[in-house]
Design a protein around this ligand. Sequence first.
Ligand SMILES: [Zn+2]
Length: 204
Amino acid sequence: MDYLMLIDRFYPIPGEVLSGLRFGEAGGVIMEEQAARQLGLMLSKARGDGVAIKALSGYRSPEYQEKLRREDTARRIAEGLSPEEAAAQTDRYLARPLCSEHNSGLAVDLCTPSADDTEDDFFLTPQAKWLCRNAHRFGFILRYPRMKEHITGIAYEPWHYRYVGTEAASLIHQSGLCLEEFLHFYADEFSFEGLRGRMTKNEP
Ligand SMILES: [Zn+2]
């Protein structure tokens, strides 16, 4: 599994990656095997620090992704948007099937224990602050930061964390780069394949 794989509207998940996925479970959600193990460790460390974090959504099948998109667009139309405006808004928040990191099992949406949906003001909570300080230690990055929407193509999502492995996550955390920038800048500096090989090794 290439944990640094770029997944976005231009780079859908290749079929062979999808068919080779191995799954695990943590915090009540399904994720890719190693990502699940690391999520489990992260949630229990947070709990130990007195911060209960709930995992809301991990792996989603491409079919389920499409269903979520249809429901989101319908809701926005019901709220008064034109079908075109509603579809454009859905595109900002919910990727197309195979273009969502959730379809790879490497992404997880996190929230406070009492929430049953993602929270726009999640960034204000102790849970979000704990994650900003600690998620990289477990190999997770805040995937869609503020001020990077022009690069990621996705609005700020304080709840969406992506597993990339601890070494890459620490570099991304320290540098303030988003994943696209990280892959770009580090590709210039290192042999890209070498970097990938180094960073996709199994966690100890
Ligand atoms: Zn998400």
